[in-house]
Ligand binder design. Structure first.
Ligand code: A3P
Length: 311
């Protein structure tokens, strides 16, 4: 029932939007990082956001497993009560602070201001664009990183279905843009490296999508300890089950199917698409892989950060 209410509410809102207002928004450089124009044009309102010391920020490069870790965090926070986690879709439960959409939509930071503490917030900003108050307030941050190849494949499919992002073009064209950092929220390479460098100077829990796939219970326990919670084994097992790909794919409050087609067109690709490690092998040609690897070595030289592209 709730699902239908949300669907209807968003549908009505979408019907009242000026036509094309969110369609394939152009990217604009913000301090060197390409972002949607609705972010760049209002960044002063976002950068001055006041974090609270008990905020928990989920930070990721797009398509690294944001929604997954958000569900895990919520299930831990609600001590395994799946019904409580079904109270609203992901994007309502966790304000996305980066976006400043035109009315009648409400910017994430405005939504967050009205929220009681403790808040769980989401950002895709690279480290240097995160509002300074998060660091001043010593907030906890959970960062999830995913190997570049799977991340690129997932982002490509997302940009096919996400009507607010620029047209991805062909996979071949997209891969070049990804390598150049010419996609929304910029360079994957800079993003993952910078949070990695900063993780010991701040309260940042740095997780990997591949580890979460390989051993979800172990990674869920890390998140639980970071959140200073102590849940019994049977609750942890329930969280593992409830946050599995198959469960989340069927969960309308986690799978983004309540979002109207003008934003996300699920007939082109699903938000919960495959949820695998190694799907890149189905998309990269041998030649693309060679070029990618060569470029990767240069861009990732000098960092101790290591990824797995298969498990
Ligand atoms: P794929 O496109 O490879 O399927 P984000 O939430 O950051 O936008 O990331 C979305 C990606 O995470 C999608 O990847 C989606 O399927 C995957 N994902 C979401 N929930 C997941 C889960 N419970 N287990 C594994 N992958 C999940």
């Amino acid at each position: 029932m709730e699902e239908q209410n949300f669907k209807q509410q968003f549908q009505e809102m979408a019907q009242n939007l000026p036509k094309g207002i969110f369609h394939r928004l152009p990217l604009k450089k913000l301090q060197g990082v390409p972002v949607m124009n609705i972010i760049a044009d209002h960044f002063e309102n976002i950068a001055t956001f006041q974090a609270r010391p008990d905020d928990l920020l989920v930070a990721t490069y797009p398509k690294a497993g944001t929604t997954w870790v958000q569900e895990i965090v919520d299930m831990i926070d609600k001590e395994g009560d799946a019904e409580k986690c079904q109270r609203a879709p992901t994007f309502v439960r966790f304000p996305f602070i980066d976006i400043w959409p035109p009315p009648p939509l409400i910017p994430g930071v405005v939504d967050a201001e009205k929220m009681p503490s403790p808040r769980i917030l989401k950002t895709h900003f690279p480290f240097h664009l995160v509002p300074k108050s998060f660091w001043e307030q010593n907030c906890k941050v959970i960062y999830v990183a995913r190997n570049a190849k799977d991340n690129a494949v997932s982002y490509y499919h997302f940009d096919v279905m996400n009507q607010t992002q620029p047209e991805p073009g062909t996979w071949e064209e997209y891969l070049i843009k990804f390598m150049e950092g010419n996609v929304g929220w910029g360079s994957w390479y800079d993003h993952v490296k910078r949070y990695w460098e900063k993780k010991d100077q701040h309260r940042i829990l740095y997780l990997f999508y591949e580890d979460m796939k390989e051993n979800p219970e172990q990674e869920i326990r890390k998140v639980m300890e970071f959140m200073e919670k102590d849940l019994p084994d049977h609750v942890i097992s329930k969280i593992v089950q409830q946050t599995s790909f198959s469960a989340m794919k069927e969960n309308p409050m986690a799978n983004y199917t309540t979002v109207p087609k003008v934003f996300l067109d699920h007939s082109l690709s699903s938000f919960m698409r495959k949820g695998e490690v190694g799907d890149w092998k189905n998309h990269f040609t041998v030649a693309q892989n060679e070029v990618f690897e060569e470029d990767y070595k240069k861009k990732m030289a000098g960092t101790s950060l290591r990824f797995r592209t298969e498990i």
